[in-house]
Design a protein around this ligand. Structure first.
Ligand code: HEM
Length: 416
């Protein structure tokens, strides 16, 4: 006998989702006392899932597909069309391999060295007050463009960095900001598309093992080169999220400021930088949910899932699940000391298998950039955090400290 999925009554709950943001799904999981419930969003029946067991089902590619799962407005801004996020089956694994071929340790180290150099150049030249959000984005944009083989002229650094920022800031925005996100997407895509055409006609020669080179010459499972606009979407799938790591940079520096006990343990080597980074990724909000559609009818725990149903997985809530984490609302990097790596309980960047599923291709890149950032801000520079609005929202997506994190009195720590 199948059971009834707990259901939120009413015609549509999109407004409640916008009002509650990261907490929309966790709040209802709590009140229904259930790891799944049914609701209606943007006029469509949606099932929301949370927790490790649910994540394991969600990442079972026999049960779920990504085709038509992301809303059009996200494809027009954040993701782009026909990118890896929207693919299934062998088309997906083939395309994902193209990304993962860049993610070997020496290549990730090449990127973190570029980030390191960028931090030093920027912090050495820092003026009296520095908004970390702004400078972090430029540091990351310069570094990732060089890493990806994308020429970035000095006079276009600001414009192209702003475009990347708009792509991830405008995904869920309404009105003018959303329109600005669409404009940023078409401008960024034509910028990269022209480069792809130059590479294909030997007018631009990026190094091997860069995204521009490898994606331009990648052949799909039928042996065909990708259309230039799809290459552009995929190169931007490297540039945009790397610039978005700026948000985690802010949360990392905020955590160093707001949790002085953990900072001291980090400085004395009692906490590993990696535990600190993992706790930042677990604790602070970033992606609230990810989406898929039911591939074909199946039952799970006696609940019926019908083909085509839109399903959201609660990423933020799973990282704060009382069944999986002790005192989940406490910032405690030491919890990662004895953490038994689970691909489904800790899912700030998605879960499951990175090569065969939709888990984030850039998780190691993110971790390494943040480890480098900790070393820079903890060991190599001194700075002050003046009084400012450091609050962050659980409603606005993406969430980040309101002030953009202002630092002053930045100077090199000459003792190191
Ligand atoms: C800012 C930190 C980041 C966060 C919070 C993040 C988060 C995510 C999430 C939630 C997903 C979707 C998982 C799913 O739908 O199952 C994803 C996918 C992806 N991410 Fe990230 N990401 C970050 C950084 C990066 C970086 C630095 C890169 C590349 C250098 C990257 C490249 C990708 C790609 C290519 C995908 C699509 C994977 C697929 O569909 O198979 N991300 N990321």
């Amino acid at each position: 006998m199948t059971r009834q999925i707990p259901k939120e009554e009413g015609l549509d709950h999109s407004l409640a989702f916008m009002r509650e943001g990261y907490l929309y799904v966790p709040n209802r999981r709590k009140s229904f006392q259930s790891n799944l419930f049914e609701t209606r969003l943007l006029g469509e029946r949606v099932v929301c899932l949370g927790g490790a067991e649910a994540a394991a089902v969600f990442y079972d590619a026999d049960k779920f597909v990504r085709q038509d799962a992301a809303p059009k407005r996200l494809l027009k801004t954040l993701f782009g069309e026909d990118g890896v996020q929207t693919l299934d089956g062998t088309a997906h694994t083939h395309r994902k391999k193209m990304f993962m071929a860049l993610m070997f340790p020496a290549n990730i180290e090449r990127l973190t060295k570029l980030v390191r150099r960028g931090w030093e150049r920027t912090l050495d030249a820092a003026e009296s007050e520095t908004v970390l959000y702004d400078v972090a984005q430029e540091v990351l944009m310069r570094a990732v463009c060089e890493w990806a083989g994308v020429p970035l002229r000095e006079n276009e650094v600001k414009r192209r960095t702003d475009e990347m920022r708009l792509l991830f800031e405008s995904g869920t925005a309404l009105g003018l900001k959303h329109l600005r996100g669409r404009t940023a997407r078409s401008s960024a895509e034509s910028w990269i598309r022209e480069m792809v055409e130059e590479v294909r006609t030997n007018r631009l020669l990026p190094n091997k093992q860069t995204a521009l080179y490898e994606f331009t010459w990648h052949r799909d499972e039928a042996g065909e080169l990708l259309p230039a606009d799809v290459v552009a979407v995929e190169v931007i799938n490297i540039l945009r999220p790397t610039v978005a790591v700026s948000i985690y940079v802010l949360f990392t520096v905020l955590a160093l400021h707001q949790f002085p006990e953990s900072r001291a343990k980090l400085a004395h080597g009692e906490i590993e930088p990696t535990w600190f980074v993992q706790e930042v990724r677990r604790f602070y909000p970033f992606f609230p949910v990810t989406a898929a559609r039911v591939r074909r009818n199946f039952e799970w725990n006696d609940y019926a899932f019908e083909q085509g149903t839109l399903v959201l997985l609660d990423l933020y809530g799973t990282n704060h699940d009382f069944a999986l984490w002790s005192e989940p609302d406490q910032f405690n990097p030491e919890r990662f000391k004895s953490w038994t790596e689970s691909p489904f309980a800790f899912i700030p960047q998605g879960g499951g298998d990175v090569d065969f599923g939709h888990r984030c291709a850039g998780e190691h890149v993110t971790i390494e950039i943040l480890r480098e950032t900790i070393d820079v801000f903890l060991n190599h520079y001194r700075y002050a955090v003046p009084s400012q609005d450091l609050s962050y929202s659980f409603v606005d997506l993406p969430s980040l400290p309101k002030s953009g994190l202002i630092l002053n009195h930045i100077e090199r720590n000459e003792q190191k």
